[in-house]
Unconditional design. Structure first.
Lengths: 285, 290, 113
């Protein structure tokens, strides 16, 4: 069962929700948690075991055999990303711009281009109690966020009962990569004008993608009906509410698991987890 | 003309709320640019008027001409992005997955695939209710955020500032450290980092500072929610000092952030003199920098 | 010898373009024939990535040996250097005529690529 946690706006509580649901679930069975916010991964900060088993993630870049190359310039013409440049006497490759489409390799009339590799980041992991955390981390100055997310998802065993994907914020390409193929998506929101506006962007994306989802209202305040009104108008289920609380904020800020540190939060997250599993199972039929 | 880009690394630190407040103080002395194109929010506080809208074209999308297609399947075989499906007896392009690399276009033996310009979003020029010119944008859902739209918003803001002789450009930067952030760095004269006193905030700040140093730009910092975790706040301050980043101000976790936002106001429009003073201090620092 | 100045227009009174990779165009001066011409750079203006390297390649393919502009980025610099092109930086926002005069008078610094 694959559950993604997404949000429009950053800072609405994706990582808090993901780590806490994973913690509650792991009290009963093995859990796989993926940190797909590869530009700024944070999940590992909430575990005492350090990350290890670091693996480089590689993508193809072209390598030009200058002996065979006639400097015809076809590779440059075909490349939409300006990653391969033909000069009168040599060809230059710019790895950070390469999208690994293989266009140059396929089109070179002399067969002068072969596969080389560049590192776009790393995948590391940790195991604590019943949780396996797999973290993707993008190399600084690389642009391959969505590609790294896809590779991170492929890492690790598939046969865990419950898999959580802590997704990046927003609604662009990386988020789509993270949430597609999931059984259910939790949309984290906060009852503020920015929170509502950005949640709407993601909700529409999820509806387009036909991925089932429900909303958690985080930093919930009594009498604030911003999110409630939106959800009832759009027939979206609210599957949980986490109150605005200094105690929760401080526990999170210090790198603690809120279900352990704050009274009644374990009960709250268990309720949410049970609801999610029911919904996701409903979808799996 | 100075371009100040406000960034955070981690989302939710208060970057946009603080940017809006600075924009409210700067008034017509600044062109404000919202470069958080994936989830743009400034317009919610700026009440933009007289808006000029423009289409934003970026990259291409493949289109199959079924009159010429012979179902040979080479396109699907060669597509590295899983963007071509075989559904109900014909090959279909998945427009969300299509990266516009043009490989299928070049390899199709029947020349049955065309590459069409991709409308990836919209950008706008408006007047804000503070008397400032305001440039903002909206990236289409599921689009690649290559940083090009960020670049466009900044280029337009710069053009306006040069033409109308406006001394400052204030940019609400994108989150993260990827392409849009790199695009936001280009041409910046100063980076203002809004971070928060938490483990996550500190972790993400460090990644952002790596980029700051890579680009060799000056930077200063505001530690928001500084009383959330005093220990993290202390470590952040020390880290900033070690990296020549001036901590201009520290702001406590307070309701006024949430309350003014709900009312559609910026921090400097609240009754809280304390927070107004803090924002004025920040703006004065930025205005008077070398 | 061909000299290229990043430009906003195609005659001596037009202003320089302070950008390189996304310059509107390039004003080309052929010092052997005293002829001038203009290369439109629109395709790179709109590029998401790699505008600088692509622009560099285009200039090299036209036989340009000297570039006069504000500054070039590191990747564009790599390509230009590979192509044996020298860059004179700090041209500023002046007319093309002034920019060329400043270069001839030795007032522009050669950029280390």
């Amino acid at each position: 069962m694959k559950i993604a946690i997404a949000s429009g706006k950053g800072g609405t509580g994706k990582t808090m929700i993901a780590t806490n649901l994973a913690y509650i679930a792991n009290l009963s069975y093995p859990v796989q948690l993926y940190d797909l916010d590869v530009e700024e991964p944070n999940d590992h900060l909430f575990f005492s075991t350090p990350l290890g088993n670091e693996n480089d993630v590689e993508m193809m870049i072209p390598v030009v055999d200058e002996e065979k190359c006639t400097h015809c310039g076809i590779c440059t013409k075909v490349c939409e990303y300006h990653a391969i440049i033909t000069l009168p006497d040599r060809v230059m490759v710019f790895p950070e711009l390469c999208h690994s489409c293989y266009g140059c390799l396929e089109m070179c009339p002399e067969g002068a281009i072969s596969e080389g590799f560049k590192s776009i980041g790393t995948i590391s992991s940790l195991h604590q109690e019943n949780i396996n955390l797999i973290t993707g981390r993008l190399k600084i100055s690389e642009s391959a966020t969505a590609a790294l997310i896809s590779r991170t998802k492929d890492h690790g065993e598939e046969d865990n009962k419950l898999i959580f994907y802590d997704s990046p914020p927003g609604s662009s390409c990386p988020v789509i990569e993270a949430v597609k193929d999931c059984d259910y998506v939790i949309l984290a929101s906060e009852p503020s004008p920015f929170g509502l506006h950005d949640m709407d962007l993601v909700a529409r994306t999820l509806i387009d993608l036909k991925v089932p989802f429900g909303v958690i209202v985080n930093k919930d305040v009594k009498n604030n009906t911003l999110i409630d009104n939106y959800c009832s108008e759009n027939k979206i289920e609210i599957i949980g509410r986490i109150p605005l609380s200094m105690e929760i904020a401080q526990a999170y800020a210090s790198g603690g698991i809120v279900s352990k540190a704050v009274d009644d939060m374990d009960v709250l997250f268990k309720q949410i987890l049970d609801t999610i599993i029911l919904r996701a199972e409903g979808q799996q039929k | 003309m100075k371009e100040i880009v406000i960034m955070s690394g981690k989302g939710g630190t208060g970057k946009t709320t603080i940017t809006a407040a600075i924009g409210a103080l700067a008034k017509e002395k600044a062109v404000v640019a919202d470069c958080d194109v994936d989830a743009a929010n400034l317009h919610l506080l700026f009440s933009p008027k007289n808006t000029e809208a423009h289409e934003f074209v970026s990259g291409k999308t493949a289109v199959i001409n079924y009159d010429k297609c012979t179902d040979c399947g080479v396109c699907r075989q060669k597509c590295r992005f899983d963007a071509i499906d075989f559904i109900n007896g014909k090959y279909v392009i998945d427009e969300v997955a299509c990266e516009g690399c043009s490989v299928c276009h070049y390899l199709c033996p029947e020349k049955a695939i065309d590459m069409r310009d991709n409308t990836a979003g919209k950008w706008f020029i408006s007047d804000s209710r503070f008397g400032s010119r305001f440039v903002h944008a909206k990236l289409g859902i599921g689009q690649e955020n290559s940083g090009k739209l960020v670049g466009k918003v900044k280029a337009v803001a710069k053009e306006i500032a040069e033409k109308e002789k406006i001394p400052f450009i204030i940019v609400d930067g994108p989150p993260g450290i990827g392409c849009p952030v790199i695009s936001a760095f280009s041409g910046a004269t100063h980076i203002l980092i809004v971070t928060e006193a938490s483990e996550s905030g500190f972790h993400d700040l460090k990644r952002l500072v790596e980029l700051v140093e890579y680009f060799k730009v000056t930077a200063s910092c505001i530690i928001n929610k500084c009383d959330l975790n005093n220990e993290a706040s202390g470590r952040i301050e020390k880290f900033c000092n070690n990296h020549n980043i001036n901590v201009i101000n520290k702001i406590k976790y307070q309701k006024v952030f949430y309350e003014t936002l709900q009312q559609g106001k910026t921090l400097v429009e609240s009754d809280d003199n304390n927070i107004k003073e803090k924002i004025e201090e920040i703006w004065n620092y930025l205005k008077n920098m070398e | 010898m061909k000299i290229a100045i990043s430009a906003t227009g195609d005659n001596w009174q037009d202003f320089t373009d302070t950008r390189f990779g996304r310059a509107k165009g390039f004003f080309i001066i052929d010092t052997d024939t005293a002829e001038t011409s203009y290369i439109d750079n629109a395709s790179n203006l709109e590029a998401a990535h790699g505008a600088g390297t692509s622009t560099s390649q285009a200039l090299i393919s036209k036989g340009v040996e000297i570039v006069i502009t504000e500054t070039v980025g590191p990747k564009a610099g790599e390509v230009l250097k590979s192509g044996g092109v020298k860059v004179f930086e700090g041209a500023g926002k002046v007319t093309l005529k002034e920019a060329y005069e400043n270069y001839k008078k030795g007032l522009l610094k050669e950029q280390e690529l």
